[in-house]
Ligand binder design. Structure first.
Ligand code: GLN
Length: 487
């Protein structure tokens, strides 16, 4: 029996090289877990039928003496990332039977390493949401309490890793969709610097915000996946060149994982759960005891971020989703004329939240409103970018809770605005394009049954400085065992 509970990518890699178990045996162990748990948790929308063949090919590579960090490692892939020949639906009826005709760049990179794809995971439709309740194919449940949401939109990928149904995963993060579910489920979620991981082959939502993120049990595993999938890509026009990457690093050479800035006024604001605040304060104290300097910072425009995001993101999403018109991809419903084709197809294919955002986006971009909404939002975004850059003159890292509350009960938040609030701490990194990571920060007991639910702490760094996030993440993991209880 392979001890999946305590397995990490690093450990699995060593064991595979030492022939303690084969890639086929490892894949089989994960398939068995999926068989046992997926029905209830609904993390996977599809488990691929060629997993063991993939694993056999990985074993052959190992047999030839090849060794890559992800060779033979079973991964889960969010249902918005294209794998050639496999279905990819963005958890939407409009793409229900769509088969990808090419590999996303992240997938080609993983294939070269001999990683194994177990299946595609559930998400809010087109990654729009913070709970995975907006999927057209059912909600994904939180393994810590199946009456609660897993978080979202990358809920499926996060639950797969949390419940030993995959050793690592890819998600996408436009406003927090990798970090927020990671916090709700108690694992690690990384959103890299915008442009460091190619978006080629990622179904677009908000193109200036979208990032493919890495999901794992610990920081080192997240780093390994990040290293495997990042790098300049000629197929993505917003991909970061090596020159720019080196320039950013050179410009920020003074930054060391040493001083942490905390925007206390935002954390102490209304709407942040008391237990979240206490857990965060405790985490900051722990960081202080191991030598980090803590500084109070004020990011003046931070409280405008949420409103600004919910203008820019729908604007970009409505533009991106215009291509799903029933003529080119996926679902087609025939009407008496072309316009009717469009309305019938979109009406049947898109869920409520997607339609809401398309309408909102089309509105803020329409003549007469463009300057009042979209133009203003862009100005605020630029102001925040400047402010964010200035902050890194004073501190090396910024810390906040990942989410203002714990995972909520399925169906509890019927008002979309209350779900949007879940992104209050995560959105900034997307708006400015900076990297951010969520690390488990312990558990809190909630409700009459005092059930233990996980929380996360988020660290943000200057552009291109994922290395600082890995450093602080690992140090925090050392002092804060994920199993530790609080209070
Ligand atoms: N919850 C946010 C939204 O609904 C973020 C989604 C995401 O990061 N994909 O827009």
């Amino acid at each position: 029996m392979i001890d999946l509970e305590n397995l990490t990518i690093t450990k699995a890699r060593k064991a595979l090289d030492a022939k303690e178990f084969s890639a086929v045996e490892l894949a089989q162990a994960y398939l068995q877990e999926i068989e046992k748990k997926n029905k209830e948790l609904n993390a996977y929308l599809e488990v691929y039928d060629d997993v063991l063949e993939q694993a056999k090919a990985s074993d052959e590579m190992i047999g030839r003496g090849e060794s890559y960090p992800l060779l033979g490692i079973p991964l889960a892939i969010k249902d918005v990332i294209l794998i050639k020949g496999k279905k990819v639906s963005a958890a939407s009826k409009i793409l229900e039977n769509y088969v990808a005709s090419y590999d996303a760049t992240v997938i080609s990179k993983l294939k070269k390493q001999g990683a194994i794809f177990l299946g595609r995971t559930n998400t809010d439709e087109f990654a729009m949401g913070g709970s995975t309740e907006n999927s057209a194919f059912g909600v994904t449940k939180n393994p810590h309490d199946t009456s609660r949401v897993a978080g979202g939109s990358s809920g499926g990928s996060v639950v797969a890793v949390t419940s030993n149904m995959a050793l690592g995963a890819l998600g996408s993060d436009t406003g927090g969709s990798v970090r927020e579910p990671a916090s709700f489920c108690g694992i690690v979620g990384l959103k890299p610097t915008y442009g460091r991981v190619s978006r080629y082959g990622l179904i677009a939502m908000g193109s200036s915000l979208d990032c493919i993120g890495q999901i794992a049990k610990n920081t080192e595993d997240a780093r390994i996946i990040f290293e495997a999938v990042s790098g300049y890509d000629v197929l993505d026009s917003t991909s970061m060149s090596d020159n720019l990457k080196n320039k950013l690093k050179a410009e920020s050479y003074k930054l060391k994982a040493d001083t942490i800035g905390v925007p206390w006024s935002l954390i102490n604001a209304k709407g942040v759960d008391k237990k979240v605040k206490e857990n965060f304060q405790e985490s900051i104290k722990k960081l202080e005891t191991i030598g980090f300097k803590i500084k109070d910072i004020s990011l003046k425009n931070l409280d405008l971020m949420l409103a600004t995001y919910y203008i820019i993101m729908p604007a970009e999403a409505s533009t991106n989703l215009a291509r799903f018109d029933g003529e080119r991809y996926g679902l087609h419903i025939d009407g008496p004329n072309l316009l009717e084709d469009y309305t019938l197809t979109k009406g049947a294919g898109f869920g409520k939240e997607v339609r809401r955002r398309i309408l909102l986006g089309a509105y803020v971009l329409s003549a007469g409103y463009y300057d009042a909404y979209y133009g203003k939002a862009q100005n605020i975004r630029n102001m925040l970018k400047k402010e964010f850059a200035e902050t890194f003159q004073d501190v090396d890292i910024i810390a906040t809770p990942t989410a203002p509350f714990v995972a909520w009960k399925i169906g509890e938040k019927s008002d979309p605005l209350s779900v949007y609030l879940a992104d209050i701490f995560t959105i900034t990194a997307n708006m400015v394009g900076a990297p951010a990571i969520s690390i488990p920060s312990g558990f809190v007991k909630v409700g009459p049954s005092q059930i233990k639910l996980p929380l996360g702490i988020q660290f943000m760094a200057s552009h291109g400085r994922e290395d600082l996030l890995f450093e602080v993440g690992k140090k925090f993991e050392e002092i804060n065992s994920p199993l530790e209880e609080y209070p």
